[in-house]
Design a protein around this ligand. Structure first.
Ligand SMILES: *Cc1c(COP(=O)(O)O)cnc(C)c1O
Length: 494
């Protein structure tokens, strides 16, 4: 049976998985959602015997039903290969009373690689299937990690070009260096004089500019998105929740059917939404714990039922979570409204108009499987320090937000359920913040010297992603104002 996708704002829309991947965003501004959420096709005991790729195929084929087995397996094999520095692809590490799902073993050492190593293959396959002759132009707004992961994924991929906008003062030094040294001939990287929400809003506006699309279509271009609103990113992220569960089952840490908690450091709500979809597929999950940094708009939403972005945007040490408009939350809103596009559309209109909306008591009931906590900058740093002292394990700032949130959940509930924390970035990527949290006197050291310190303290080799930017040439120097983004797009394509 073919699974169709519809819009969160209009249920008359129907398209295939490959069409949804190509488009990224629906024409009406809504997000693509599967008309029905599939169930896991095999038992968890069966999944225990699979490696990462086989697990990926088993989960993804239920969502991408118009891809042939050969096509999908080929995408998976080209994505999850030696680019990852471990054969397990996603190893688990036990420390301080929880299991860390290490999602950062790909090329750019953040969890974005999990989806962005496969998205270019899904997209070029989808283009072939739909007889698309245009060159695909990937437009991306990044809070730091998506940018480099998308550049790495799409660099020199035939039939594609990629343009990345990042907030020029809102990313870590390593994140910035990773992007501006990108060598791919089909790439461009631009620093925007604004924050991540400005970049994301700008990109969305360019996407929905029909006149521009028409003009570019004549020149042989069409836009698509590598942001986490694309189901081609969401679906690969479901895999590692299923896989992580199966590893614990295989190692007899849990018994078949035993529920676990997942804690997810959250920004745009993509990663935790994938965990929610895994649960809907039948994965035994007790609580999904949504962890925020000081930009705690989601924490407030889960506590009160009101989403309110009218607040100060705070730059934190976990920049990939510095977000006030969590795009993927729209999908959850749609589902908890009973897959109701009118209800969702009216709330999204309110968000656009007033910067806020409030859900009904009926919808609030749909949130019972979630818990929300947040960690301040101080709590985040303290968690990095205490976990290191206790176990020798060094985590990055984003993962630490989740770990600190979990501590608060534990002290509130005493819940003894086995818990997995999504570890979304390597500590090497945020060396400055991580090392100052471990409280060494390192003021004079640069990011590369700090990486050396992390390596010695944690007993982990410096990843190639860090080594390769050390002496790399800076290629991308362009910066623009928020209202200059459109012009940069036209210049890139002229
Ligand atoms: C993107 C990112 C997040 C947030 O993930 P969302 O899917 O946007 O919620 C958390 N941590 C790191 C390191 C990231 O790169």
């Amino acid at each position: 049976m073919e699974l169709k996708y519809t819009s969160t704002r209009d249920n008359r829309i129907r398209c295939t998985a490959s069409e949804a991947i190509l488009k990224g965003l629906c024409d009406d501004g809504g997000l693509f959602v599967p008309v029905e959420l599939p169930k896991l096709p095999v038992s968890l005991a069966d999944i225990c015997t699979m490696d990462y790729r086989e697990c990926a195929y088993t989960v993804m084929k239920e969502f991408l039903t118009d891809f042939t087995e050969e096509e999908l397996r080929s995408c998976i094999e080209r994505a999850y290969d030696e680019k990852f520095d471990t054969k397990d692809i996603v190893p688990l590490r036990q420390a301080g009373g929880a299991f860390y799902i290490e999602l950062f073993h790909g090329k750019t050492i953040a969890f974005k690689d999990m989806a962005l190593s496969i998205l270019p293959h899904l997209m070029t396959t989808a283009a072939k299937k739909n007889n698309v002759k245009n060159e695909i132009v990937i437009l991306t707004a990044t809070s730091g990690d998506t940018g480099k992961a998308a550049l790495a994924g799409f660099a020199d991929v035939e039939g594609t070009r990629i343009l990345v906008f990042y907030p020029k003062d809102g990313v870590s030094p390593i994140q910035k260096l990773q992007m501006v040294t990108e060598k791919g001939k089909n790439t461009r990287v631009i620093g925007v004089d604004g924050n991540f929400d400005d970049c994301q809003t700008g990109v969305k506006a360019i996407f929905s500019d029909k006149e521009l699309a028409l003009r570019l279509g004549k020149k042989g271009y069409q836009f698509s998105s590598a942001n986490s609103i694309n189901i081609g990113r969401l679906v690969p992220q479901i895999v590692y929740y299923v896989y992580a569960y199966s590893r614990l089952l295989k190692d007899k840490v849990i018994s078949d059917g035993e529920k676990v908690n997942f804690v997810v450091p959250t920004g745009n709500f993509g990663n935790i939404l994938a965990a929610y979809y895994a649960k809907m597929m039948g994965l035994p999950v007790k609580k999904l714990i949504c962890a925020s940094n000081e930009n705690k708009v989601l924490f407030d939403f889960f506590r009160t039922g009101e989403y309110d972005r009218n607040r100060e945007f705070i730059l934190t040490s976990s920049p990939s979570m510095d977000i006030l408009i969590s795009s993927n939350l729209e999908r959850l809103i749609y589902h908890i409204a009973g897959n109701d596009p009118e209800k969702n559309a009216s709330l999204m209109a309110a968000l656009k108009r007033d910067g806020k909306y409030e859900i009904s008591p009926f919808m609030k009931e749909g949130l019972t499987g979630f818990e929300a906590y947040y960690a301040s900058e101080k709590e985040t740093a303290e968690k990095i320090g205490s976990l290191y002292e206790e176990s020798g394990y060094i985590i990055d700032t984003h993962t630490a937000v989740a770990a600190a949130a979990y501590d608060k959940y534990l002290s509130d509930t005493g819940d003894e359920t086995v818990t997995l924390i999504a570890s979304t970035a390597s500590p090497f990527k945020f060396a400055g913040s991580v090392m100052s949290a471990i409280n060494r006197n390192l003021e004079e050291k640069n990011e590369f010297e700090l990486a050396q310190e992390i390596s010695s303290l944690g007993g982990v080799k410096i990843p190639p992603a860090i080594e390769e930017i050390k002496n790399a040439e800076i290629i991308h120097k362009t910066e623009c104002k928020i209202d200059g983004m459109m012009e940069e797009v036209e210049r890139f394509l002229s």
